[in-house]
Design a binder for this molecule. Structure first.
Ligand code: PLP
Length: 386
């Protein structure tokens, strides 16, 4: 009976072309990736600064494993709170110009853990979200069980209207991403934080895709806009430009003390491995010095975007290293992705529910290791689809 139940579910997904499978990768998924024995140019990793292969980071992790072993053995509140967790948190807080930081096992867990904790036991509270926020932010909002108000993507007028209309809520949590993970565009963080302050909303900004890539020393987009001090809850991940694993929250001492007591995805899970902390610490050191890589990444992103636009592709309003090419139906997107695969380029199709229906896309994410030749090859292969 259970088997029938699953068969029905699976065939339904297949019928509507939304069935997903895993592809086995046989190399470090850097700008080159090996799949089925083939080497392809990879435009789909979040290794923005090409640190996944960095020997200093790898060695830092090995050194710590040799000293402490791999596992932290229990949760942070039991016996898993090692000195290296605290060192990482102190340095992350400094990096982000905040008083304090706290690390979660993933960015996903950070988001669900923060949102649901902040609003628990707050009867008259609501969440105000950008429509295109990442699934982890949506899940956190849903887990909170609170009323969710949604504004059109990056529409600050609409955001203000909702803030005005929600004056009856004592606690309002406003959430956005800085660089949007699927569209590559940017929240106008000056307006966002100004409006949060004006209407007394807590501001939460997920900098998963901007940390390491934007701002002085890679501090993130809030630094570019000069609003780091206006963000109450700043989220980051160690799994993208950091090339490690885990998520983190930066804010006031009170915020992190509160999360240590109330955030279920922090409390009820084993602390991240000391090896991950060592890798992240080394990454942070390197990231700060990556100005040339950052510049190259911005330069090639602009070159690629311009080329794609000249070819007639719809790349939305991207202003970052994430460049979507809107391909519409899932069938068309799969077709393009498979064609590219056969021609030595790896970019998986992104389809609903990750993106809205009719907005399936090829999502390119660039790394500082990509060179003009990679871009030329990609554009030449894409020409036939214009
Ligand atoms: C905006 C955003 N927030 C959070 C996450 C989750 O981060 P992690 O991969 O560390 O769980 C992602 C990554 O997929 C993301 O794109």
């Amino acid at each position: 009976m259970f088997s029938n139940f699953l068969s029905k579910k699976l065939s339904k997904m297949k019928d509507i072309n939304l069935f997903r499978t895993l592809r086995q990768v046989q190399s470090t998924p850097s700008t080159k990736i090996e799949i089925n024995g083939e080497s392809l140019i990879n435009f789909s990793s979040n290794d923005y600064l090409n640190l996944a292969e960095n020997k200093e980071i790898i060695n830092a992790a090995i050194e710590i494993i040799e000293k402490y072993g791999f596992t932290a053995t229990s949760s942070r509140l039991i016996s898993g709170n090692l000195a290296i967790h605290e060192e990482l948190e102190t340095k992350l807080a400094n990096f982000k110009d905040k008083q304090s930081a706290i690390v979660f096992p993933s960015g996903y867990q950070a988001n669900i853990g923060v949102i649901s904790a902040l609003l628990s036991n707050e009867k008259e509270s609501c969440i105000i979200m950008d429509k295109l926020n990442h699934a982890s932010l949506w899940d956190g909002a849903r887990f909170s069980g609170k009323r969710i108000f949604v504004y059109n993507h990056c529409d600050m007028n609409f955001f203000e209207k909702i803030l005005k209309r929600s004056s009856k809520y004592k606690v309002k949590l406003a959430i956005t991403e800085s660089v949007f993970s699927m569209d590559g565009d940017l929240t106008p963080l000056k307006d966002f934080t100004y409006l949060c302050q004006k209407y007394g909303a807590i501001s939460m900004v997920d900098e998963a895709h901007s940390t390491g890539v934007f701002g002085r020393e890679g501090k993130g987009l809030a630094d570019v806009f000069g609003v780091s001090d206006k963000i109450d809850v700043s989220i980051g991940t160690l799994s993208k430009a950091f090339a490690a694993q885990g998520g983190f929250v930066c804010g006031s001492h009170k915020l992190t003390r509160f999360l240590i007591n109330k955030s279920r995805s922090f409390i009820y899970t084993t602390a991240i491995s000391p090896a991950i902390c060592a890798a992240a610490l080394k990454s942070m050191e390197i990231i700060k010095k990556c100005n040339n890589k950052r510049q190259h990444l911005h330069d090639i992103s602009k070159i690629l975007k311009d080329k794609l636009m000249t070819l007639g592709f719809n790349t939305l309003n991207t202003r970052s290293q994430i460049i979507p090419i809107i391909t519409g139906t899932t069938e068309n997107t799969e077709k393009i992705s498979s064609y590219l695969f056969r021609h030595g380029i790896y970019i998986p199709a992104i389809k609903p529910p990750t993106v809205p229906k009719g907005q399936s896309r090829i999502r390119l994410s660039l790394s500082s290791k990509h060179v003009n030749d990679d871009i030329e090859k990609l554009c030449n292969s894409l020409k036939r689809f214009t």
